[in-house]
Ligand binder design. Sequence first.
Ligand code: CP
Length: 346
Amino acid sequence: MAEIEGVGGLHPKINGAFGEAHLLSMHQFSPADIDTFLQEALAAEAVMRTPGVWGRNLLPGAELKAVMRQPSTRTGGSMATAMTKLGGGAQVISGMAASSEGKGETVSDSWVAFATQADIIGCRTAEAGGVEVGAMAIDDAVENGKLWKRVPVINLGDGVNEHPTQTLGDVFTIYKKFGYFADLTIATVGDHERYRSHHSLTIGASILGVKIIAVESSAAPVPEPYVELLGDNLERTRDLDGAIQAADVLCMGRNPDEYSGEDDEEQGRSAQLAVDYQGWIVDRARLQQMKPSGMVLHARPRRNELDPSIDADPRAHDVEQMANMIPARMAAIALLMGVSIKGSRQ
Ligand code: CP
């Protein structure tokens, strides 16, 4: 497992070999890999919506563990639903308070323990790179002959780093509406330093050639690696209204203030961000300047940056976005486990 070199390191590219991969970062995807994913997700949605079927018995007996070391309403539950609809079983573990880590077990030993019980593991960690560490512990156990099979690992959000399956679902939602990516403009709004969903979406946009308008705060601007990645496809602004007018997709993000520190510098940053978020509230009146064909996304949970007065507007796709996470995660699970939902329908 030497290829994985820590946060921002060189994750092995998938290059079509989903059945040999972990899903740790959007950096692993090529345009062709995203297309493969989209075709699987479309097939998953069709299967899921077939009356009297609701799923496909592609992975009978397979077991998913979704280990959520940070709070979650959507991600862990939708992973479990996705596996169930593929014919497997699932367990969501919410927090580690009841685990044997309380008896002194290391995190790496926990990962290997879960790998003895599961065929695929999704995990969310507070630490950037925390899911990679787990994938490496499992692969080491396989290479040492201690585990009899590979166990793919899916990053369900690792601290302030990435949330790749959120982006896969977002990309699926955008593709279902527009049917293409070229020439689209996505406006991302919020803390660009610490909102992991914006990081993965930015990487996805760079792969797909989509332009990003980042509505950013002086306290949490777009980090330099993402600036370099997007090059001319990135516009940085403080003008939310201008971005709303220009964008095909308005992607709002919550203030991830659970990462705020206590020192004076951090407190100053938090105060500036609190002011900026108050200026970024999108309500029904403000949304009227968006083009009629536009769409609004939010990974949720939301606070007041996306006012409920927009919920009845046809451009608000954030609830559909949540629902799309099920077929998106069905596709991701199936691909990583080496089966094809699309292939099973032909
Ligand atoms: N979008 C998302 O990751 O939601 P949860 O934190 O509720 O899982």
